[in-house]
Ligand binder design. Sequence first.
Ligand SMILES: Nc1ncnc2c1ncn2[C@@H]1O[C@H](COP(=O)(O)OP(=O)(O)OP(=O)(O)O)[C@@H](O)[C@H]1O
Length: 587
Amino acid sequence: MKELQHLNKYFLKYKTHLLTGIVITIIARIFLLFTPRYVKQIFVIIENYLKGGVTEAAIKADLTEAILYIIGAAIIGGILTFFMRQTIINVSRYIEYDLKNEIYEQYQKLSLNFYKKNRTGDLMNRITEDVGRVRMYAGPAIMYSINTIALFVIVIIYMFNASPKLTLYTILPLPILSVIIYKLSKEIHKRSTIVQEYLSKLSTFTQESFSGISVIKAYGMEPQTAQNFNILAKESKDKQIDLTKVQAWFFPMMVLLIGVSNLLVIYIGGMQYIDGEIESIGTIAEFIIYVNMLTWPVATVGWVTSIVQQAEASQKRINEFLKTVPEIKNDVSSHTEITGGITFKDVYFTYDDTNIQALKGISFSIQAGETLAILGKTGSGKSTILDLVGRLYDIDKGSILVGDTEINQLNLNDLRNNIGYVPQDAFLFSDSIKTNIKFGNQEATDDDVIEAAKNAQVHKNIMKFNKGYDTVLGERGITLSGGQKQRVSIARAIIKSPKILLFDDCLSAVDTETEEKILKNINKLSTDRTSIIVSHRISSAQNADKIIVLDAGEIVQEGTHNNLINKEGYYKELYLKQLSEDSSNSL
Ligand SMILES: Nc1ncnc2c1ncn2[C@@H]1O[C@H](COP(=O)(O)OP(=O)(O)OP(=O)(O)O)[C@@H](O)[C@H]1O
């Protein structure tokens, strides 16, 4: 129960609802217990009539009264049971909602490293499946426990009053029932966890095969994929059947034990009646109803125990993430002014999961409003520099200044709000083009969206779609070409009007003519905006104020386009190569 203590703050928050629920539960049980007493009463009335001395009119009136009491108690008990669920089960829904929000907020705070170490499926599972299991503890488990305790205490008192000996015999099979249900629940849980695993394997497989359908078709792998699906589906079905087998035992066991208890009541009660130990046969009827009333709550003791165990295990998994301290912390709560100048001083950085030293003593400086281009072979550390400017990671050694301030002395939200980042692999949400662009600036008007799209040279493409800016994009923007996706992603960064623009090789799928237009537009937009453009193309770099060339995490060349084309090295080689490609293309 240690892990579940995390929920105490929520129980405290909803204490009024919870206490009301508990009180209602107890009152509801009291009302439901009127029925067996009045059933006995009916027997007594009839017995008295059979003995003679009571008129038919009097017995009719007595019976009607007893029946009306039974109906009244059942209606009130029913209504109260409705409110019992409305209070306690609702509290569990509120707690589920709060807990999901708490976990989601924590997920948002955690740094990229966390996401690399944990799989998306696992993150999703903890916020859905695990929270669902915890909810079963916060709602049904508590409700059934209170219900059982209330009912048990009241019924046992009533039963002892009526006949202590009969009570002892009839409640004898109940602990056995509870243990059996507990064992069955554990087995059901074990098997349903396996079923869940198979379901998630199936959905991951299906999702991947649909996302990669073009590759599957291109390689003619449909039969193989279908066969793999079939194997997985068959295994999943077998596990489901295993589960159903155990579930099938649940109700027969209950019926059997209720039957045994009923037989005991009839047998022992009958003997006691013959011996004159109990006065009325009605007591036997009353006991039969009690036994049936007790069976379900007693069965739930086993069930609730297994729910609590599952919830404890799930809450442990949730707490693991909730207690993870975000590696990148925002230590500055006050607002900080962000100016665009960026300086790297002897920066070293190693990715801790791969231990790859991506940057080794990088130093450069650009003034606000200037453009820096970064070139270099793949894996040389270009994207890493952009990630460090956005403080997605903290560096090992050296310092990074934005304006005149150390990056970790800036308010992280202010820093990121002032950065427009266009990643290598443009990610678009399954939503309209307009919403995707407005993601950069929620307050933007439709005119702003059009303006940004025009600057990103994608407006004309969008207007060709029937629904224009309202065109809804499929998963990962599947209806757009690579170049269109890149430009929508650029429009999203532009609309933010950031102080710093980071372009990570995001013009690779755009022809050089369009590329030039986009870069010109960006230059025009604002004079104090600093841009860093990572590219493999000279055309993206040639107009930059400064160019650096990276190799294996170090700067190997630095200068302007005119300097570098006259120096032996990577830049000149690339320039000559691309120049000859261009001229052969134009032939
Ligand atoms: N998230 C990461 N976790 C671990 N290692 C990484 C990560 N990202 C990059 N690396 C490693 O760091 C090195 C530098 O990578 P980086 O992405 O900065 O190179 P790049 O120059 O941008 O490459 P490309 O031109 O292919 O995009 C590479 O060796 C890469 O394998």
